[in-house]
Design a binder for this molecule. Structure first.
Ligand SMILES: [Zn+2]
Length: 197
């Protein structure tokens, strides 16, 4: 082996060592830079998945509070010119969306009554939760729990006149027949099965 060959081999060997050392140094400096970045910006660990924003539950609120005998009729809201949903609340509890369509049908009939008498109708009791219905001494199959009944009175109109008006509207086919009864302080009207008491 010639001396020049030995010089070439040694030179190659040392150059390789230097190159390796430079590479190791570069890699270390990158790690340090990354650490500094995290320290400076306080970026959360990227391996932790982001917490998704809570989305509204598609389950209708309180739908479990509706008895089986009630027809389900989903609607986001219920209103007419003179009535709004909150007037049918059960002691502060809004009717579940699963029966708001029933409330809407009832409201449509009440609006016809209201347009006929020309004075405001006061809803004493509209929708009732099963617990509210039990506490109020309501019937076991009360249509109030279905959002199909309202206990009402009218400003400046006797209960007899209100009852007679509703009865006339039913007879002439202007509003749905259902349950109708006069109590001491209100008229009960519902769009459930036809009955009188
Ligand atoms: Zn009633």
């Amino acid at each position: 082996m010639k001396s020049s060959d030995i010089i070439i081999i040694l030179t190659t060997f040392f150059l390789s060592l230097i190159l390796l050392a430079v590479l190791v140094l570069l890699k270390n400096s990158q790690v340090i830079n990354q650490e500094n970045e995290y320290n400076e910006t306080d970026t959360p660990d990227p391996s932790t998945p982001p917490i998704p924003n809570p989305t509204p539950s598609p389950t209708p609120i309180g739908s479990d509070n509706v008895p089986d005998f009630c027809p389900l009729n989903y609607a986001p809201d219920a209103f007419t010119k003179n009535f709004k949903l909150s007037e049918f609340n059960s002691k502060g509890t809004a009717p579940p969306t699963s029966i708001r369509g029933n409330i809407q049908q009832l409201m449509n009939e009440l609006q016809i009554i209201r347009d006929t008498i020309g004075v405001p109708i006061i809803v004493n009791s509209g929708y009732r939760t099963p617990m509210h219905n039990e506490n109020a001494g309501g019937a076991k199959q009360s249509r109030h729990m279905c959002g199909q009944a309202a206990d009402i009175k009218a400003k400046g109109l006797s209960l007899d006149d209100l009852w007679a008006t509703i009865n006339r509207l039913i007879k002439s086919g202007k509003i749905k027949d259902g349950g109708l009864s006069k109590y001491n302080t209100f008229i009960h009207y519902d769009i459930g099965p036809v009955r009188r008491w």
